[in-house]
Design a protein around this ligand. Structure first.
Ligand SMILES: *Cc1c(COP(=O)(O)O)cnc(C)c1O
Length: 357
């Protein structure tokens, strides 16, 4: 199997090996050491301030989005959300569900956020801003400097969903003034799904501690308390946390977050060069290194997805809904190399020879 989807993705041999081992009991100093080390490495890789805290929540990435909305906002907030696709819409739906006052900046699918769009929202009484920095459904990577400037001049609390972007694109919590970064185990961390990682600035920790969360499982206050000793209130995805530990240490050993971003951006750049001669259009501006969205000019996207999966053992990432036939995505995260790009390009060339595309 060769997997170019956007989560779950291909794992390294080390992560796979750990997955085949027995899951240990976790209320031990040995396991606490692992989670505390995970916290330290996450903070380093996100350039988080000393007083920030990291929460490992057992659930998919969306659990991290929902827990954030439930724990950092109150009825006194007014949140501005960048909505350029499926994940932006998810933040809007979550705020509405939890009765948090919000407005969204609607962005055409595949387009970027501009300073002109933001200027309309200056001095309008907002207290917070939410963005999926890579809107994975379209592949667009929004300009974090632009967003950071806007939030600073309007004194907004900034929440960034970097679920697909962490380790693929540069983000610096201190420099960009980010209060919450959400990511997940099954994207560029290249582990199985099951853990959402929420990194909170000191300001975000204060918000959590002063809030009352109407949930037992999603109460981050309780998690912060337990996290001090490297534990969680309830049984976490123990095996996945051990895999995350191995993976974070692997990245650290290989030159840290900058090297990993460079590695992924090289794979993306290589793919975008090689796809040029085939009948596809790259259809977004300002792309994340995590993904290339492609519009096939001569065939249905869903047919290409099915044929590659069934006849070549290669997985690309289909789009859903209205875009099912017109768009698919190729991911560059996970244990992929430029050689793997060649395998995919050769399969696509074969489809061309067969008259399928
Ligand atoms: C994958 C992803 C999520 C989380 O999705 P889950 O299916 O809940 O893991 C959230 N935001 C973005 C931008 C994503 O790419």
């Amino acid at each position: 199997m060769l997997n170019f989807a956007l989560g779950p993705v291909m794992s390294s041999d080390l992560v796979l090996k750990i997955g085949s081992e027995q899951t240990p009991y976790f209320r031990t100093p040995e396991f606490s050491k692992i989670t505390l080390e995970n916290e330290k490495l996450m903070k380093e890789m996100l350039f988080a301030d000393e007083d920030s805290k990291v929460i490992f929540l057992t659930g998919s990435g969306t659990s991290g989005m929902e827990a954030t909305v439930m724990n950092v906002f109150t009825e006194n907030d007014k949140v501005l959300i960048v909505n350029g696709g499926g994940f932006g819409q998810r933040f809007v739906d979550l705020c509405k569900l939890h009765n948090i006052d919000c407005d969204d900046i609607k962005i055409d699918f595949g387009s970027c956020l501009t300073s002109q769009m933001l200027e309309e929202y200056d001095n309008k009484g907002y207290t917070a801003f939410m963005v999926n920095i890579c809107e994975t459904s379209s592949g667009v990577h929004y300009d974090i400097d632009l967003i950071s400037d806007f939030c600073r001049r309007n004194n907004l609390f900034l929440v960034v969903d970097a679920v697909s972007s962490f380790l693929a694109d540069y983000i610096n919590m201190s420099e960009h003034g980010v209060d919450v970064v959400i990511t997940g185990s099954q994207k560029a961390l290249a582990c199985p799904p099951g853990i959402a990682i929420i990194t909170l600035s000191g300001r975000a920790v204060d918000r959590v501690n002063n809030n009352s969360c109407k949930s037992m499982y999603f109460d981050l206050k309780d998690m912060l308390l337990n996290a001090k000793r490297g534990q969680t209130p309830f049984t976490p995805a123990v095996g996945t946390l051990i895999q995350i530990n191995a993976r974070l240490k692997e990245i650290d050993k290989n030159g840290g977050v900058e090297s990993e971003i460079k590695r992924i951006s090289n794979v993306a750049y290589d793919f975008r060069l090689k796809i040029k001669d085939l009948p596809f259009e790259i259809c977004a501006s300002e792309l994340s290194n995590a993904v290339t969205p492609l519009h096939p000019l001569t065939a249905k996207a869903s047919d290409i997805f099915n044929i590659l999966k069934d006849e070549y053992g290669i997985w690309i990432c289909p789009n859903g809904g209205d875009l099912e036939d017109t768009l698919f995505r190729v991911g560059h995260i996970g244990a992929l190399t430029t050689k793997d790009n060649d395998t995919l390009i050769n399969a696509l060339k074969d489809l061309e020879k067969r008259g399928i595309i």
